[in-house]
Design a protein around this ligand. Sequence first.
Ligand SMILES: [Fe+2]
Length: 547
Amino acid sequence: MRSPVRIHAVACLRYETCMDEDPKPADGDDARPSGISRRTLLTTGAASAIVGAGIGVGGALMWPHPRGVTVWPRPDRSGVSPVAGLHLQFGKNAATEVVVSWHTTEAVGNPRVMLGTPASGFGRTAHAETRTYRDAKSGTEVRVNHARLDNLSPDTDYVYAAVHDGASPELGTVRTAPAGRSPLRFTSFGDQSTPNLNRLAGAAFASDNIRSPAAADTTTAIERIGPLFNLVNGDLCYANLAHDRIRTWSDWFENNTRSARYRPWMPAAGNHENELGNGPIGYTAYQTYFALPDAGSDEQFRGLWYAFTAGSVRVITLNNDDVCFQDGGNFYVHGYSGGAQKRWLEAELADARRDPGIDWVVVCMHQTAISTTDRTNGADLGIRQDWLPLFDRYHVDLVVCGHEHHYERAHPVRGTLDTETRTPIPVATRTDVIDSTKGTVHVVIGGGGTSAPSNALFFPQPRCRVLTGVGGFDAAIGHKAPIYVTEDAPWSAFRDRDNPYGFAVFDVDPGRAGGNTSLKATHYAVNGPFGALTVVDQFTLTKPRGG
Ligand SMILES: [Fe+2]
């Protein structure tokens, strides 16, 4: 799905020399006392049509200032790839660093981003770095442009335009995170897929990436909520199942650019980002499309694990295929980092807990340590063995994940039973207000939009199938055969049987010095084609405020 309106013109942007310089840019007509100049009309009309659908504060502030964004039309130059899949990422410090990204399958000239504020217009140009990969299945080369914007001001709205020579600029806005303890809102879901029918099978359109119309409804709903950022808990578009991987990635970005160009969608790589032939561990497509915060890892692991800070929240994102036993991707990569990810995680957790400005440590990952559905992926012992002791030691507050296509959450857990499944131990059973100093709350939010929801597959009483290992390759399933052990699940706190699709909203209240801070969670079901929402579950984590 495309952005609401595109400017069907080549545009020149104030303070920038146009590619085809016109001798009469007419700098003075903004000041006419009456009437609507061609340029004013095009400036506000085009920009409002684009921006108005997606933002709150940033868009609203654009219009009163007469010397803001300036665009005027030229005929399209034929043959130039458009700016496609425009999306944002935060840098390590979300208060000051943003990356603007878009992609083409053709070489383009001078990719760049014009940046400004709603009040002052564009005043700065950031040139983009182009990263490429060639999809092993199709042979198609994808070129992704990443423009880094740094030294931004915290808690500030920016406007930007992404463009390359000969293309129409695509506009977006972004709000930087607050610095220090301030209220903020973020959202989270996984397992989205695409809303597109992307394969012609005989005379009929079909899909081979478990697509669903709900994948569009979720995006509409996220944009209605308007968070500072959205955590994507892995299995983005299921390109590794698709006949045409490139088309599937493109469909995902086209569906989500109507939100991801206004607020960063910060992803975790899931098992369906693992694509046979695309790099030694299969994540080259994912690693090329996204420019994620630098974790100091080797180049081959770039973007697979990372952390960023927004206000008093440190988000730590992991790639669980490294530790999971399940064979869930195009090929088996268990243990691929040789412990590098785990060493980084421990150092990052220790750093977060030393930082006096951090109250909340939130882990975003794909596969889960908890699940109470039958005949699905289940929980993975590898996560319980490798991650949970670190989550305990450093008092991780919240874990969001996906992989299972439903919503459920656990009581706060700390420690595990000495059993073959390492059952997490619940430390409290109150479900509305939770002291997060006592344990870590895990939340499965995997109802992002696929055609294979699992909300109807819950065990009648809470039980958990734990994948404890794999056998030999099973041709019937195309993977190594999983070995399951089923346990009681005393940690289970809430399960949504009724709704296949939804996402969670998290609101940080920093509280006052000497008092408590809180993180309120609301899980919404997405009930309709226009992002209609129903509250399904709410809980509040609370703890003494640090600093
Ligand atoms: Fe998955």
